[in-house]
Ligand binder design. Structure first.
Ligand code: MSP
Length: 497
Protein backbone atom coordinates (compact mmCIF):
# COMPACT_ATOMS: atom_id res chain seq x y z
CA UNK A 1 0.00 0.00 0.00
CA UNK A 2 1.26 3.44 -0.90
CA UNK A 3 1.78 5.85 1.98
CA UNK A 4 -0.83 8.63 2.13
CA UNK A 5 0.30 12.22 1.71
CA UNK A 6 -1.91 15.28 1.95
CA UNK A 7 -0.98 18.82 0.98
CA UNK A 8 -3.19 21.90 0.79
CA UNK A 9 -3.07 25.47 -0.48
CA UNK A 10 -5.11 28.12 1.31
CA UNK A 11 -8.50 28.53 -0.29
CA UNK A 12 -8.53 31.80 -2.17
CA UNK A 13 -10.91 34.69 -1.60
CA UNK A 14 -13.09 35.22 -4.62
CA UNK A 15 -13.48 38.98 -4.23
CA UNK A 16 -11.11 39.50 -7.15
CA UNK A 17 -9.33 37.51 -9.87
CA UNK A 18 -6.08 35.65 -9.13
CA UNK A 19 -2.60 37.20 -9.27
CA UNK A 20 0.90 35.70 -9.11
CA UNK A 21 0.83 35.60 -5.29
CA UNK A 22 -2.06 33.13 -5.43
CA UNK A 23 -0.39 31.19 -8.23
CA UNK A 24 2.74 30.92 -6.11
CA UNK A 25 1.23 28.98 -3.19
CA UNK A 26 -0.41 26.63 -5.66
CA UNK A 27 2.81 26.06 -7.62
CA UNK A 28 4.81 25.34 -4.49
CA UNK A 29 2.23 22.76 -3.39
CA UNK A 30 2.14 21.28 -6.86
CA UNK A 31 5.90 20.80 -6.93
CA UNK A 32 5.77 18.96 -3.61
CA UNK A 33 2.69 16.94 -4.61
CA UNK A 34 4.28 15.87 -7.89
CA UNK A 35 7.51 14.92 -6.17
CA UNK A 36 5.70 12.78 -3.61
CA UNK A 37 3.59 11.13 -6.28
CA UNK A 38 6.68 10.24 -8.33
CA UNK A 39 8.32 9.01 -5.15
CA UNK A 40 5.59 6.45 -4.56
CA UNK A 41 3.15 8.20 -2.21
CA UNK A 42 -0.63 8.17 -2.45
CA UNK A 43 -1.09 11.93 -2.81
CA UNK A 44 -4.09 14.12 -2.19
CA UNK A 45 -3.54 17.76 -3.16
CA UNK A 46 -6.30 20.21 -2.33
CA UNK A 47 -6.97 23.75 -3.42
CA UNK A 48 -10.16 25.76 -3.76
CA UNK A 49 -12.02 28.97 -2.99
CA UNK A 50 -13.16 30.77 0.16
CA UNK A 51 -16.54 32.17 -0.75
CA UNK A 52 -18.34 33.43 2.36
CA UNK A 53 -17.96 36.43 4.64
CA UNK A 54 -18.31 40.15 4.63
CA UNK A 55 -15.53 40.80 2.13
CA UNK A 56 -17.24 38.71 -0.53
CA UNK A 57 -20.70 40.00 0.37
CA UNK A 58 -19.42 43.55 -0.08
CA UNK A 59 -17.67 42.78 -3.38
CA UNK A 60 -20.89 41.24 -4.74
CA UNK A 61 -22.95 44.20 -3.52
CA UNK A 62 -20.51 46.63 -5.18
CA UNK A 63 -21.22 44.87 -8.49
CA UNK A 64 -24.92 44.74 -7.75
CA UNK A 65 -25.07 40.96 -8.10
CA UNK A 66 -26.33 38.17 -5.93
CA UNK A 67 -23.45 36.75 -3.84
CA UNK A 68 -23.99 33.21 -5.16
CA UNK A 69 -23.86 34.36 -8.79
CA UNK A 70 -20.82 36.46 -7.99
CA UNK A 71 -18.86 33.62 -6.34
CA UNK A 72 -19.87 31.18 -9.07
CA UNK A 73 -18.26 33.48 -11.60
CA UNK A 74 -15.05 34.41 -9.76
CA UNK A 75 -14.41 30.89 -8.49
CA UNK A 76 -14.03 29.81 -12.13
CA UNK A 77 -11.10 32.17 -12.63
CA UNK A 78 -9.36 30.28 -9.81
CA UNK A 79 -10.35 26.80 -10.93
CA UNK A 80 -9.23 27.67 -14.48
CA UNK A 81 -5.81 28.48 -13.11
CA UNK A 82 -5.31 24.81 -12.18
CA UNK A 83 -5.03 23.41 -15.73
CA UNK A 84 -3.29 26.60 -16.87
CA UNK A 85 -0.48 26.10 -14.36
CA UNK A 86 -0.57 22.34 -14.82
CA UNK A 87 -1.53 21.68 -11.23
CA UNK A 88 -2.10 18.08 -10.17
CA UNK A 89 -4.69 18.95 -7.53
CA UNK A 90 -6.92 15.99 -6.78
CA UNK A 91 -9.83 18.16 -5.62
CA UNK A 92 -11.06 21.75 -5.76
CA UNK A 93 -13.28 22.73 -2.88
CA UNK A 94 -15.69 25.65 -2.70
CA UNK A 95 -17.01 26.66 0.71
CA UNK A 96 -20.49 27.19 -0.78
CA UNK A 97 -20.76 23.48 -1.62
CA UNK A 98 -23.13 21.43 0.52
CA UNK A 99 -20.45 18.81 1.33
CA UNK A 100 -18.49 21.61 2.97
CA UNK A 101 -21.36 23.28 4.81
CA UNK A 102 -22.40 19.95 6.32
CA UNK A 103 -18.89 19.32 7.61
CA UNK A 104 -18.57 22.80 9.16
CA UNK A 105 -21.90 22.45 10.92
CA UNK A 106 -20.82 19.06 12.23
CA UNK A 107 -17.57 20.52 13.56
CA UNK A 108 -19.49 23.38 15.20
CA UNK A 109 -21.65 20.80 16.96
CA UNK A 110 -18.53 19.02 18.25
CA UNK A 111 -17.21 22.29 19.66
CA UNK A 112 -20.57 23.06 21.23
CA UNK A 113 -21.04 19.59 22.72
CA UNK A 114 -17.56 19.66 24.23
CA UNK A 115 -18.35 22.93 26.03
CA UNK A 116 -16.08 25.11 23.90
CA UNK A 117 -18.74 27.50 22.60
CA UNK A 118 -20.82 30.05 24.55
CA UNK A 119 -23.10 32.94 23.61
CA UNK A 120 -21.92 36.43 24.52
CA UNK A 121 -21.54 39.89 23.10
CA UNK A 122 -18.69 41.07 20.94
CA UNK A 123 -17.58 44.66 20.96
CA UNK A 124 -14.40 45.47 19.10
CA UNK A 125 -12.62 46.23 15.86
CA UNK A 126 -13.05 44.23 12.69
CA UNK A 127 -11.13 44.51 9.42
CA UNK A 128 -13.17 43.29 6.48
CA UNK A 129 -10.13 43.05 4.19
CA UNK A 130 -8.42 40.64 6.60
CA UNK A 131 -11.69 39.15 7.91
CA UNK A 132 -10.04 39.52 11.32
CA UNK A 133 -10.79 40.90 14.77
CA UNK A 134 -8.27 43.24 16.36
CA UNK A 135 -7.68 44.24 19.96
CA UNK A 136 -7.68 47.90 20.96
CA UNK A 137 -3.91 47.80 21.56
CA UNK A 138 -3.26 46.44 18.07
CA UNK A 139 -4.81 49.44 16.30
CA UNK A 140 -2.20 51.74 14.74
CA UNK A 141 -3.34 55.21 13.62
CA UNK A 142 -6.92 54.02 13.39
CA UNK A 143 -6.03 51.00 11.23
CA UNK A 144 -5.28 47.31 11.63
CA UNK A 145 -1.60 46.41 12.00
CA UNK A 146 -1.82 45.13 8.41
CA UNK A 147 -2.94 48.57 7.24
CA UNK A 148 -6.52 47.42 6.64
CA UNK A 149 -9.45 49.71 7.48
CA UNK A 150 -11.27 48.68 10.66
CA UNK A 151 -14.83 49.15 11.82
CA UNK A 152 -16.30 48.97 15.30
CA UNK A 153 -18.80 46.19 15.79
CA UNK A 154 -20.98 45.42 18.76
CA UNK A 155 -23.39 42.52 18.56
CA UNK A 156 -24.47 39.28 20.08
CA UNK A 157 -22.01 36.58 19.09
CA UNK A 158 -20.99 33.04 19.84
CA UNK A 159 -17.49 32.69 21.27
CA UNK A 160 -14.96 29.91 21.10
CA UNK A 161 -13.03 29.36 24.34
CA UNK A 162 -9.66 30.02 22.75
CA UNK A 163 -8.17 31.10 26.11
CA UNK A 164 -8.53 27.54 27.39
CA UNK A 165 -6.23 26.29 24.65
CA UNK A 166 -3.27 28.58 25.26
CA UNK A 167 -1.31 26.10 27.39
CA UNK A 168 -2.24 22.98 25.38
CA UNK A 169 -1.03 24.77 22.23
CA UNK A 170 2.28 25.76 23.85
CA UNK A 171 2.75 22.22 25.13
CA UNK A 172 2.00 20.78 21.72
CA UNK A 173 4.40 23.10 19.92
CA UNK A 174 7.19 22.43 22.37
CA UNK A 175 6.85 18.71 21.59
CA UNK A 176 6.45 19.24 17.83
CA UNK A 177 9.03 21.70 16.54
CA UNK A 178 8.23 20.62 12.97
CA UNK A 179 4.61 21.76 13.30
CA UNK A 180 5.30 25.37 12.29
CA UNK A 181 7.97 26.19 9.74
CA UNK A 182 10.24 28.01 9.05
CA UNK A 183 11.64 28.40 12.56
CA UNK A 184 11.54 32.21 12.57
CA UNK A 185 7.80 32.08 11.93
CA UNK A 186 7.37 29.46 14.61
CA UNK A 187 8.97 31.79 17.13
CA UNK A 188 6.59 34.60 16.13
CA UNK A 189 3.61 32.33 16.71
CA UNK A 190 4.92 31.13 20.06
CA UNK A 191 5.45 34.72 21.24
CA UNK A 192 1.91 35.56 20.15
CA UNK A 193 0.42 32.63 22.08
CA UNK A 194 2.54 33.38 25.15
CA UNK A 195 1.19 36.93 25.03
CA UNK A 196 -2.20 35.49 25.99
CA UNK A 197 -5.17 34.25 24.00
CA UNK A 198 -8.60 35.80 24.34
CA UNK A 199 -11.80 33.96 23.46
CA UNK A 200 -12.65 34.30 19.79
CA UNK A 201 -15.89 35.60 18.32
CA UNK A 202 -17.03 32.91 15.86
CA UNK A 203 -20.41 34.12 14.63
CA UNK A 204 -22.01 37.26 13.20
CA UNK A 205 -25.64 38.38 13.36
CA UNK A 206 -25.34 41.34 11.03
CA UNK A 207 -24.09 39.20 8.17
CA UNK A 208 -26.17 36.91 6.02
CA UNK A 209 -23.55 35.48 3.65
CA UNK A 210 -22.21 32.52 5.58
CA UNK A 211 -22.94 29.07 6.95
CA UNK A 212 -25.87 29.22 9.41
CA UNK A 213 -25.08 28.31 13.01
CA UNK A 214 -26.81 25.00 13.84
CA UNK A 215 -29.85 25.69 16.00
CA UNK A 216 -29.56 29.49 15.71
CA UNK A 217 -29.92 30.54 12.08
CA UNK A 218 -29.91 34.25 13.01
CA UNK A 219 -26.15 33.81 13.20
CA UNK A 220 -23.74 32.83 10.47
CA UNK A 221 -20.33 31.40 11.29
CA UNK A 222 -17.17 33.48 11.33
CA UNK A 223 -15.63 33.04 7.88
CA UNK A 224 -12.31 31.72 9.18
CA UNK A 225 -13.93 28.89 11.12
CA UNK A 226 -15.88 28.08 7.97
CA UNK A 227 -12.83 28.39 5.68
CA UNK A 228 -10.29 26.44 7.75
CA UNK A 229 -12.63 23.46 7.89
CA UNK A 230 -12.27 23.02 4.12
CA UNK A 231 -9.14 20.98 4.77
CA UNK A 232 -11.29 18.38 6.51
CA UNK A 233 -14.50 18.65 4.53
CA UNK A 234 -12.71 17.90 1.25
CA UNK A 235 -11.53 14.60 2.75
CA UNK A 236 -15.11 13.65 3.51
CA UNK A 237 -14.99 14.48 7.23
CA UNK A 238 -16.78 13.39 9.38
CA UNK A 239 -17.38 10.25 7.31
CA UNK A 240 -14.80 7.50 7.72
CA UNK A 241 -11.91 7.49 5.27
CA UNK A 242 -10.51 10.97 5.88
CA UNK A 243 -8.19 9.87 8.71
CA UNK A 244 -5.18 8.40 6.84
CA UNK A 245 -4.78 11.59 4.81
CA UNK A 246 -5.65 13.93 7.64
CA UNK A 247 -2.91 12.36 9.79
CA UNK A 248 -0.35 13.46 7.16
CA UNK A 249 -1.70 16.94 6.48
CA UNK A 250 0.62 19.73 5.37
CA UNK A 251 -0.76 23.25 4.97
CA UNK A 252 1.25 25.68 2.89
CA UNK A 253 0.16 29.28 3.50
CA UNK A 254 1.41 32.84 3.08
CA UNK A 255 2.96 34.48 6.12
CA UNK A 256 -0.03 36.82 6.46
CA UNK A 257 -2.40 34.00 7.36
CA UNK A 258 -0.14 31.92 9.58
CA UNK A 259 -1.87 32.99 12.80
CA UNK A 260 -5.20 31.62 11.64
CA UNK A 261 -3.55 28.32 10.75
CA UNK A 262 -1.29 27.90 13.75
CA UNK A 263 -3.41 29.33 16.58
CA UNK A 264 -7.13 29.23 15.76
CA UNK A 265 -7.18 26.11 13.60
CA UNK A 266 -5.18 23.84 15.92
CA UNK A 267 -7.25 25.09 18.87
CA UNK A 268 -10.49 24.18 17.06
CA UNK A 269 -9.02 20.79 16.22
CA UNK A 270 -7.86 20.08 19.77
CA UNK A 271 -11.25 21.10 21.09
CA UNK A 272 -12.92 18.70 18.63
CA UNK A 273 -10.40 16.00 19.59
CA UNK A 274 -8.98 15.80 16.11
CA UNK A 275 -5.29 15.40 15.24
CA UNK A 276 -3.37 18.52 14.26
CA UNK A 277 -1.79 18.98 10.83
CA UNK A 278 1.78 17.68 10.68
CA UNK A 279 3.17 20.97 9.46
CA UNK A 280 2.04 24.46 8.60
CA UNK A 281 4.64 26.10 6.37
CA UNK A 282 4.49 29.87 5.85
CA UNK A 283 6.07 31.29 2.71
CA UNK A 284 7.01 34.88 1.95
CA UNK A 285 5.43 37.49 -0.26
CA UNK A 286 6.15 38.52 -3.81
CA UNK A 287 6.78 42.13 -4.59
CA UNK A 288 6.86 43.47 -8.15
CA UNK A 289 9.92 45.44 -9.27
CA UNK A 290 10.62 46.20 -5.60
CA UNK A 291 7.11 47.45 -4.77
CA UNK A 292 4.19 45.88 -3.00
CA UNK A 293 1.73 44.46 -5.52
CA UNK A 294 -1.50 46.44 -5.35
CA UNK A 295 -4.44 47.45 -7.45
CA UNK A 296 -3.91 51.11 -6.61
CA UNK A 297 -0.32 50.97 -7.89
CA UNK A 298 -1.61 49.14 -10.96
CA UNK A 299 1.27 46.65 -10.82
CA UNK A 300 -0.69 43.47 -10.21
CA UNK A 301 0.66 40.67 -12.39
CA UNK A 302 -1.89 38.34 -13.93
CA UNK A 303 -0.58 34.76 -14.14
CA UNK A 304 -2.79 34.17 -17.19
CA UNK A 305 -0.85 36.83 -19.10
CA UNK A 306 2.56 35.55 -17.99
CA UNK A 307 1.65 32.04 -19.10
CA UNK A 308 0.25 33.29 -22.41
CA UNK A 309 3.56 35.05 -23.16
CA UNK A 310 6.14 32.66 -21.73
CA UNK A 311 4.38 29.35 -21.16
CA UNK A 312 3.53 27.66 -17.89
CA UNK A 313 6.85 25.84 -17.46
CA UNK A 314 8.87 29.06 -17.66
CA UNK A 315 6.57 30.71 -15.12
CA UNK A 316 6.74 27.70 -12.81
CA UNK A 317 10.50 27.57 -13.03
CA UNK A 318 11.00 31.22 -12.18
CA UNK A 319 8.59 31.19 -9.23
CA UNK A 320 10.00 28.01 -7.76
CA UNK A 321 13.68 28.71 -8.40
CA UNK A 322 14.12 32.41 -7.86
CA UNK A 323 12.75 32.78 -4.37
CA UNK A 324 14.21 30.98 -1.37
CA UNK A 325 11.00 29.31 -0.22
CA UNK A 326 10.00 31.08 3.00
CA UNK A 327 11.61 34.43 2.10
CA UNK A 328 10.07 37.42 0.34
CA UNK A 329 10.89 37.80 -3.33
CA UNK A 330 10.77 40.23 -6.21
CA UNK A 331 9.15 39.58 -9.56
CA UNK A 332 11.25 41.72 -11.85
CA UNK A 333 11.31 41.47 -15.61
CA UNK A 334 15.12 41.34 -15.67
CA UNK A 335 15.36 38.53 -13.10
CA UNK A 336 12.61 36.62 -14.92
CA UNK A 337 14.22 36.86 -18.35
CA UNK A 338 17.65 36.20 -16.83
CA UNK A 339 16.53 32.89 -15.36
CA UNK A 340 14.76 31.79 -18.53
CA UNK A 341 17.81 32.49 -20.66
CA UNK A 342 20.52 31.21 -18.34
CA UNK A 343 18.97 28.20 -16.66
CA UNK A 344 16.39 27.07 -19.19
CA UNK A 345 17.57 28.01 -22.68
CA UNK A 346 21.35 27.98 -22.13
CA UNK A 347 21.75 25.20 -19.59
CA UNK A 348 18.91 22.67 -19.86
CA UNK A 349 17.73 23.50 -23.38
CA UNK A 350 21.23 23.55 -24.79
CA UNK A 351 22.14 20.20 -23.23
CA UNK A 352 19.15 18.48 -24.82
CA UNK A 353 19.45 20.32 -28.11
CA UNK A 354 23.15 19.71 -28.70
CA UNK A 355 23.02 16.04 -27.71
CA UNK A 356 19.78 15.07 -29.42
CA UNK A 357 20.50 17.06 -32.61
CA UNK A 358 23.92 15.47 -32.78
CA UNK A 359 22.38 12.01 -32.52
CA UNK A 360 19.71 12.93 -35.02
CA UNK A 361 22.29 14.10 -37.56
CA UNK A 362 25.27 11.88 -36.84
CA UNK A 363 24.00 8.67 -35.31
CA UNK A 364 21.06 7.81 -37.53
CA UNK A 365 18.69 9.39 -35.01
CA UNK A 366 19.08 6.29 -32.88
CA UNK A 367 19.97 5.92 -29.20
CA UNK A 368 23.38 4.22 -29.61
CA UNK A 369 24.59 0.99 -28.03
CA UNK A 370 27.32 1.81 -25.50
CA UNK A 371 30.66 0.04 -25.01
CA UNK A 372 32.40 -0.20 -21.63
CA UNK A 373 31.93 2.79 -19.36
CA UNK A 374 34.93 4.87 -18.26
CA UNK A 375 35.22 6.55 -14.87
CA UNK A 376 33.85 9.86 -16.15
CA UNK A 377 30.80 8.09 -17.61
CA UNK A 378 30.10 6.22 -14.40
CA UNK A 379 30.50 9.36 -12.28
CA UNK A 380 27.98 11.30 -14.35
CA UNK A 381 25.48 8.44 -14.56
CA UNK A 382 25.57 7.91 -10.81
CA UNK A 383 24.76 11.53 -9.98
CA UNK A 384 20.93 11.49 -10.11
CA UNK A 385 20.53 8.38 -7.99
CA UNK A 386 23.19 9.53 -5.54
CA UNK A 387 21.46 12.88 -5.19
CA UNK A 388 17.96 11.44 -4.71
CA UNK A 389 18.22 11.31 -0.89
CA UNK A 390 19.34 14.97 -0.92
CA UNK A 391 16.41 15.89 -3.16
CA UNK A 392 14.01 14.08 -0.82
CA UNK A 393 15.35 16.04 2.13
CA UNK A 394 15.06 19.28 0.24
CA UNK A 395 11.41 18.60 -0.52
CA UNK A 396 10.64 17.47 3.02
CA UNK A 397 12.32 20.63 4.32
CA UNK A 398 10.48 22.88 1.85
CA UNK A 399 13.75 23.95 0.17
CA UNK A 400 12.19 24.09 -3.25
CA UNK A 401 14.79 26.46 -4.70
CA UNK A 402 17.55 24.13 -3.48
CA UNK A 403 15.90 21.22 -5.28
CA UNK A 404 16.18 23.21 -8.50
CA UNK A 405 19.81 24.04 -7.75
CA UNK A 406 20.66 20.39 -7.15
CA UNK A 407 19.08 19.24 -10.41
CA UNK A 408 20.81 22.04 -12.31
CA UNK A 409 24.15 20.86 -10.87
CA UNK A 410 23.62 17.64 -12.81
CA UNK A 411 22.76 19.63 -15.93
CA UNK A 412 25.93 21.70 -15.48
CA UNK A 413 27.99 18.56 -15.03
CA UNK A 414 26.44 16.99 -18.15
CA UNK A 415 27.23 20.10 -20.22
CA UNK A 416 30.85 20.00 -18.99
CA UNK A 417 30.97 16.31 -19.92
CA UNK A 418 29.92 17.15 -23.49
CA UNK A 419 32.68 19.77 -23.72
CA UNK A 420 35.27 17.39 -22.27
CA UNK A 421 34.30 14.32 -24.32
CA UNK A 422 33.85 16.20 -27.63
CA UNK A 423 31.60 13.72 -29.44
CA UNK A 424 32.07 15.77 -32.66
CA UNK A 425 35.81 14.89 -32.62
CA UNK A 426 35.14 11.27 -31.69
CA UNK A 427 33.01 10.86 -34.76
CA UNK A 428 36.12 10.34 -36.91
CA UNK A 429 38.67 9.39 -34.26
CA UNK A 430 36.79 6.77 -32.29
CA UNK A 431 33.16 6.06 -33.34
CA UNK A 432 32.74 3.33 -30.72
CA UNK A 433 33.67 5.77 -27.96
CA UNK A 434 31.36 8.35 -29.54
CA UNK A 435 28.50 5.85 -29.25
CA UNK A 436 29.25 5.34 -25.56
CA UNK A 437 29.45 9.08 -24.89
CA UNK A 438 26.17 9.73 -26.69
CA UNK A 439 24.51 6.90 -24.84
CA UNK A 440 25.70 8.30 -21.49
CA UNK A 441 24.31 11.68 -22.47
CA UNK A 442 20.89 10.44 -23.55
CA UNK A 443 20.71 8.38 -20.38
CA UNK A 444 21.56 11.40 -18.22
CA UNK A 445 18.99 13.46 -20.11
CA UNK A 446 16.41 10.78 -19.33
CA UNK A 447 17.26 10.89 -15.64
CA UNK A 448 17.31 14.68 -15.48
CA UNK A 449 13.94 14.84 -17.24
CA UNK A 450 12.52 12.49 -14.61
CA UNK A 451 13.79 14.80 -11.88
CA UNK A 452 12.53 17.99 -13.54
CA UNK A 453 8.94 16.72 -13.74
CA UNK A 454 7.87 18.44 -10.49
CA UNK A 455 9.15 21.80 -11.81
CA UNK A 456 8.76 21.60 -15.59
CA UNK A 457 6.04 19.02 -16.27
CA UNK A 458 5.43 19.91 -19.92
CA UNK A 459 9.06 20.07 -21.00
CA UNK A 460 9.96 16.93 -19.07
CA UNK A 461 7.07 15.15 -20.75
CA UNK A 462 8.31 16.25 -24.19
CA UNK A 463 11.86 15.07 -23.51
CA UNK A 464 10.77 11.71 -22.13
CA UNK A 465 8.41 11.22 -25.06
CA UNK A 466 11.27 11.95 -27.51
CA UNK A 467 13.31 9.22 -25.85
CA UNK A 468 10.39 6.80 -25.78
CA UNK A 469 10.46 6.60 -21.98
CA UNK A 470 7.34 5.22 -20.36
CA UNK A 471 8.37 4.64 -16.73
CA UNK A 472 8.68 8.08 -15.22
CA UNK A 473 8.63 7.68 -11.47
CA UNK A 474 11.74 8.01 -9.33
CA UNK A 475 12.11 4.25 -8.94
CA UNK A 476 12.76 4.18 -12.70
CA UNK A 477 15.92 6.28 -12.33
CA UNK A 478 17.67 2.98 -11.74
CA UNK A 479 16.53 1.53 -15.05
CA UNK A 480 18.57 2.33 -18.12
CA UNK A 481 17.54 3.60 -21.51
CA UNK A 482 17.27 0.88 -24.15
CA UNK A 483 19.53 1.47 -27.15
CA UNK A 484 17.94 1.45 -30.58
CA UNK A 485 15.07 3.89 -30.04
CA UNK A 486 14.68 6.21 -33.00
CA UNK A 487 14.22 9.82 -31.94
CA UNK A 488 12.22 12.44 -33.86
CA UNK A 489 13.89 15.62 -35.10
CA UNK A 490 14.63 17.71 -32.00
CA UNK A 491 12.92 21.08 -31.67
CA UNK A 492 14.20 23.78 -29.28
CA UNK A 493 12.64 23.24 -25.84
CA UNK A 494 12.89 26.79 -24.54
CA UNK A 495 12.74 30.16 -26.22
CA UNK A 496 15.51 32.68 -25.60
CA UNK A 497 14.57 36.28 -24.85
N1 MSP B 1 -9.16 33.03 2.07
C1 MSP B 1 -8.00 33.19 2.86
C2 MSP B 1 -7.34 31.86 3.16
C3 MSP B 1 -8.22 30.86 3.84
S1 MSP B 1 -7.39 29.34 4.07
C4 MSP B 1 -8.38 28.45 5.06
C5 MSP B 1 -7.01 34.08 2.13
N2 MSP B 1 -7.17 34.19 0.82
S2 MSP B 1 -6.29 35.13 -0.13
O1 MSP B 1 -6.83 34.92 -1.44
O2 MSP B 1 -6.28 36.47 0.37
O3 MSP B 1 -4.81 34.65 -0.04
C6 MSP B 1 -4.48 33.36 -0.36
C7 MSP B 1 -2.99 33.14 -0.34
O4 MSP B 1 -2.34 33.95 -1.31
C8 MSP B 1 -2.34 33.45 1.00
O5 MSP B 1 -1.50 32.37 1.36
C9 MSP B 1 -1.52 34.67 0.71
O6 MSP B 1 -0.37 34.72 1.51
C10 MSP B 1 -1.15 34.46 -0.73
N3 MSP B 1 -0.73 35.70 -1.33
C11 MSP B 1 -1.49 36.79 -1.61
N4 MSP B 1 -0.67 37.76 -2.10
C12 MSP B 1 0.61 37.32 -2.15
C13 MSP B 1 1.82 37.81 -2.64
N5 MSP B 1 1.95 39.03 -3.13
N6 MSP B 1 2.89 36.97 -2.60
C14 MSP B 1 2.81 35.68 -2.18
N7 MSP B 1 1.68 35.19 -1.71
C15 MSP B 1 0.60 36.02 -1.55
O7 MSP B 1 -6.13 34.63 2.77
Amino acid sequence: MEKPFYITTPIYYVNDKPHIGHAYTSLACDMIARFKQLDGFDVKFLTGTDEHGQKIEKAAAAKGVDPQDFVDEVSVSFSNLCPLLNLTNTDFIRTTESRHKAAVQYLWQQLLDSGNIYLGEYAGWYAVRDEAFYQEDEIVNGKAPTGAEVEWIKESSYFFKLSAWQQPLLDYYSKHPEAIQPESRRNEVLRFIEGGLKDLSISRRTLKWGVPVPGDPDHVMYVWLDALTNYLSALGYPNAGYEPYWNQAIHVVGKDILRFHSVYWPAFLMAAQLPLPKTVFAHGWWMVEGEKMSKSLGNVIDPVEVVATYGSDAFRYFMLRDLSFGQDGDFSQSAFIGRLNTDLANAYGNLCQRVLSFIYKNAEATVPTPGDFEEADKALLAMPNDLLPTLRKQIDNFQLHRYCETVWQIIGEANRYVDAQKPWSLKKEDPARMATVLYVLTEIIRQVAILTQPILPLTSFKILAMLGVEDKNFASLKLALKPGFVIPEPQPLFAKY
